[in-house]
Design a protein around this ligand. Structure first.
Ligand SMILES: Cc1ncc(COP(=O)(O)O)c(C=O)c1O
Length: 367
């Protein structure tokens, strides 16, 4: 009988709760995956509409677009690899640096795929628990470094907490672990505004990942960037398919990068909206954690599932992060709400008021 590798057999299947989302009524407001609620720039759509059969018949050529992406970031092309979303960037780093038995350190709760891709290589995942209120556990993390530590992955800002950590802290980690690839996952960079790429003196073991799935509204196209030291990136490139990013995504990317006005406008709406939502949560008496991303983690308490259901009944999808899941420690009773356009934030707030009032009547909301 054909058997998968032991490391693969011991993996839990990762199934994002997307099921049925495609078929749902179009009017559903999707605040469950931190996507853009308004979609991509019209310039991107126009470019996509202009594609013809010939454009699709050819194998995609990544390098010219990679140069544009590198220019945009102020880096050399040799420092940049376009990827099939940040998901692939994580996968490639794990394939490049992890041997079976190596250790990968993650700070939990965090994005699920770091652990999955590391385990798939046969690595041992060392989970370092965030502090109270999701403070970054620098000393705990440093105390868990070992000669076998070959990967450290930090989402900055973090998902699902929205917490950010200073670049200096990440540099300190990279310097303390020169044999480990340090992935700084900046999937939510645009909403935060601070980046590791601003540090010219980055050690060679630091990698920065970016995505076009969030602020740019292109999650369906699957496109992201991995940036790092040119010598290290040459190694990562060896394990990547030459055609990892498809022709449609490559056609769209230059337009997406050119239309910064569109992205900036959306990001400004989200930043305003998250402040408004935070104030609303305060006045509703709900516990939440200040966020630097396009989502807010809120503690609902025992009624988290009813809360998610009640919003769904009002046409709004949000993400239950309550931790019956071992990957989300400290998230008991918590729900993550994506912040979208101003209009969508108003819709969310109106529904929140109704749902919280209803649950309170039934004494199901903790506070
Ligand atoms: C921290 C983090 N990294 C990466 C991703 C996935 O990015 P992409 O769509 O580029 O694969 C997500 C998506 O939710 C995320 O939260």
């Amino acid at each position: 009988m054909l058997e998968a590798r032991a490391a693969v057999k011991s993996l839990h299947a990762y199934r994002p709760p997307l099921a049925g989302r495609q078929g749902l009524h179009l009017d559903f407001l999707r605040l469950d995956f931190n996507e853009s609620t308004v979609g991509c720039s019209p310039r991107v759509l126009a470019r996509l509409r202009s594609l013809d059969a010939e454009a699709l018949a050819r194998y995609p050529e990544r390098e010219p677009v990679e140069r544009e992406a590198a220019d945009f970031l102020g880096l050399d092309a040799a420092q940049v690899l376009l990827t099939n979303g940040v998901d692939e960037a994580i996968h490639l780093l794990c394939s490049t640096y992890l041997e079976p038995g190596d250790e990968a350190i993650i700070v939990v709760p965090t994005f699920a795929l770091y652990a999955i891709f590391a385990q798939a290589e046969g690595a041992r995942v060392v989970q370092v628990l965030s502090g109270e209120n999701f403070t970054f556990p620098l000393n705990d993390l440093l105390s868990r470094l070992s000669p076998r530590t070959r990967l450290i992955a930090v989402a900055n800002p973090n998902n699902p907490t929205g917490a950010a950590v200073a670049s200096e802290v990440l540099l300190q980690i990279a310097q303390a672990a020169p044999r480990a690839a340090v992935l700084v996952d900046e999937a939510y960079f645009e909403f935060h505004g601070e980046t590791m790429l601003d540090h010219a003196a980055r050690p060679e073991n630091v990698f920065v990942a970016r995505t076009f799935s969030k602020a740019y509204g292109l999650a369906g196209l699957r496109i992201g960037i991995l940036a790092g030291d040119a010598g290290q990136m040459a190694m990562v490139r060896r394990v990547a398919s030459p055609y990892n990013v498809n022709a449609v995504a490559l056609a769209a990317l230059p337009e997406a990068l050119c239309d910064q006005e569109y992205v900036e406008h959306y990001v400004a709406e989200v930043q305003r909206g998250r402040g408004i939502l935070e104030r609303e949560l305060t006045s509703l008496g709900l516990q939440y954690w200040p966020t630097r991303a396009n989502f807010v983690l809120v503690r609902i308490g025992d009624a988290h599932a009813e809360f998610v259901q009640a919003l769904r009944a009002r046409g709004i999808l949000v993400r239950d992060r309550s931790s019956d899941r071992s990957s989300d420690p400290r998230c008991e009773g918590c729900v993550r709400l994506t912040v979208g356009s101003s209009e969508h934030t108003r819709t969310l707030i109106a529904a929140l008021r109704e749902v919280v009032a209803k649950l309170r009547e039934r004494r199901e909301v903790r506070v």
